[in-house]
Every structure is written in C-alpha cells, then in structure tokens.
Design a protein around this ligand. Structure first.
Ligand code: SF4
Ligand code: SF4
Length: 341
C-alpha cells in the first residue's frame, strides 16, 4: 500500500547521476556517485544512507523526476538508520501526532491552509486575504517532516488521513475544491510527494506565491513600493516543487524589491540548519548558518524573507543580529499596503 513510484531502470541508464554529484553536503565525483547509487538501488549499505543531511535537494537535481531522496529515506528506514537520535525521533512522532479534535466547519474561498502553525494565523489579514477562510491544526498537518527522520511509514500512515480531514471536514461540504498552501511543505506534499507515493488528493492546491502574485496584480494600483534589498531563504520543501520558484521574482518585481545577488540562492540555497540541530550535527549547523548569514550580509540585504515558518523561527534572531530584518513573504507583501498607515 502506497508504494514509492521509483523506476530503477531510469537510474541504471543515467549517465550523469546528478542527484549525488550535485549534492552540496556529500562529496562525490561521477564514478563514486555511480557506485553509491548502485548500492542504494540494490538495497546494499551506502555511505549516503549514513551521511545524507536530508536537505531534499536531490529531488530537484534529478532530471528524470525519479525521487532519489524518497528512495534514500525508504532505504534508511528499511535498515533502521536514523538521521536523528532515536529518543528525539520518538518524541517528535508523539508530539506531532494528530489530536483527533477536528470538527466540520463551513469555509469559503480562498481557503488558506496554515498547516500546523496556529501562531501565524494573524498573517491572514488585510486586502491580500479579503474574505478568506483559514484552516489550521494537528489534524491537517502535512507530515512531510518525517522525511528528515527516516520515517516514510509515518507519512504513509498519517498523510491520507490528513488529506481526508481537509476534504471531508472543510472543503467538500462547502463546495470548495481549491486550497491555498501557506507553507511550501504542504504544497510539495499534495502536488509532488502524494503522487510519488500513489496517495490521492481530491482537491487542487495553489502555492502561496501564485496566490500572492495574482492578488498583487489585482491590487496593482494600491501598491506602494517597499524599496528594499532582500535575501530570500529558500526552504528545503521548495526543492520538491522548483517550478514555483519564478513566483518569487514575480512578487519582488511587483512590490519594488531588489533580490540581492548572492552565492547561496536558488539551486545553491543552504538549509536553515534547524534539521541539522535535530540530527545533533551542531558543527554543520553552525558552519552552514555562518556561511549563509555572511553571504546575506555581504550582498547588502536589509531584509531576509522566509516562506517556511520553521526557517523563520530558526534564523530570525541570528539574521536580526546581523542588522537584517527577518520577515515572512506574506508580511513582506503586506508592507506594500501598510506602509505609512
Ligand atoms: S535519481 Fe535521477 S539523477 Fe540520480 S541516478 Fe537516478 S535518474 Fe540519475
Ligand atoms: S537529500 Fe540532500 S544531502 Fe541527502 S543526498 Fe540528497 S542532496 Fe545530498
């Protein structure tokens, strides 16, 4: 049930092994990458299974959409290789479990999916979200985070139930079939991961960036340019849906933002470091955060914009200490309407 859709033959014929050759955290030339890839395909031990930092990026690097990272997680779980210590993994599984407290409610479009971030529902305000409903809580949590803990089994167990909760408690009986995903993680789950695992999603998902871009177009004559230099912290889950990247520039262009040129942006983005700390790889987390922040500062950014709440909570303080203002993408767009009010 819910088997990973993976074509071994595509990998057998792959000449480039981009999934491993391009990895920013493991150092492989083409020859060693092919050896390790073969080990993973055959279910043998591989240093990739021990050392992968779970950045999700190989999902983007594979030119054949063959889900190399999901296969790594499958093999880790089969072999009992836990990237995080077992007590942390166990605690997280308990902490993040559905509470079963959801009750049906009528919603009206646009319906914004706030995932399991009740502390951010204040973002849904003003002209950008006029008339919107939001849904939030443990019972609609996308559960994709278990990729960081070698626990595809938890995704298989919980995700179908979450999807059904969203559909049968909110959307279906309200006559709504579209959901705007505030978090990349939910959009990636519903549009990419669910398909990879053969899990049906009965509604259409819209990425927050697409929603914001279209709202900004509709409200064009009310925009006051923000005039800021911004570094964008791309989240790991955006690696699942790189086709949404263009919306970032689209939004910046509409509200008068300069995206600073820097080394660790776009395909070369660095993880915020939170997951490395959960894995107790503190030295790696320190190094990655230092390089990332140095890069933002040297590029002259005065804002750092986040779309992932977890990245925001992880880096906000450190970014502020560098004299850079941390802000969520949604709130950055709000500035174009709230300036001077
Ligand atoms: S996962 Fe993709 S990039 Fe990696 S070996 Fe297979 S086809 Fe090539
Ligand atoms: S998930 Fe990231 S660290 Fe792991 S193999 Fe893929 S690219 Fe490398």
């Amino acid at each position: 049930m819910y088997e990973l859709n993976y074509d071994l033959q595509i990998c057998e014929q792959c000449e480039t092994c981009d999934c491993l050759v391009n990895c920013q955290y493991l150092d492989f030339d083409l020859k060693s990458a092919k050896i390790e890839k073969q080990n993973i395909l055959m279910g043998r031990d591989s240093k990739v299974l021990d050392e992968c930092v779970t950045c999700y990026a190989c999902e983007e690097y594979c030119p054949n959409d063959n889900h190399p990272f999901y296969l790594i997680v499958e093999r880790q779980e089969e072999k009992g290789i836990l990237p995080a210590p077992a007590p942390i993994t166990k605690q997280q599984i308990i902490m993040m479990q559905p509470r079963g407290t959801i009750t049906p409610a009528q919603v009206r479009p646009p319906v914004i999916n706030m995932c399991y971030f009740p502390m951010l529902t204040g973002c849904i305000r003003g002209k950008l979200y006029e008339g919107a409903s939001y849904i939030v809580g443990s019972d609609i949590f996308c559960n994709v985070m278990w990729l960081h803990f070698a626990k595809n089994s938890i995704i298989r167990e919980r995700l179908p139930r979450m999807i059904d909760n969203i559909w049968s408690h909110y959307l279906r009986d309200s006559g709504v079939n579209e959901l705007v995903c505030f978090h990349d993680e939910c959009f990636g789950t519903f549009t990419q991961l669910a398909t990879a695992f053969g899990i049906d999603v009965p509604f259409k998902s819209i990425h927050l960036f697409e929603y914001l871009s279209k709202k900004l177009d509709a409200l064009q004559d009310q925009i006051q340019p923000v005039n800021a230099k911004v570094a964008y912290q791309r989240p790991c889950s955006n690696r699942l849906v790189p086709e949404t990247q263009h919306w970032v520039d689209n939004i910046f262009q509409r509200i008068g933002i300069e995206r600073v040129e820097r080394e660790y942006d776009r395909e070369n983005a660095l993880c915020c470091g939170q997951v490395f700390r959960a894995h107790q790889r503190d030295e790696l987390a320190d190094d990655v955060q230092r390089r990332n922040l140095d890069d933002m500062q040297q590029a002259g950014a005065n804002y750092c914009v986040f779309n992932c709440p977890a990245c925001f909570f992880t880096l906000a303080e450190a970014v502020s200490e560098r004299g850079i203002f941390p802000i969520l993408m949604s709130d950055l767009c709000q500035l174009a309407f709230e300036k001077g009010t």
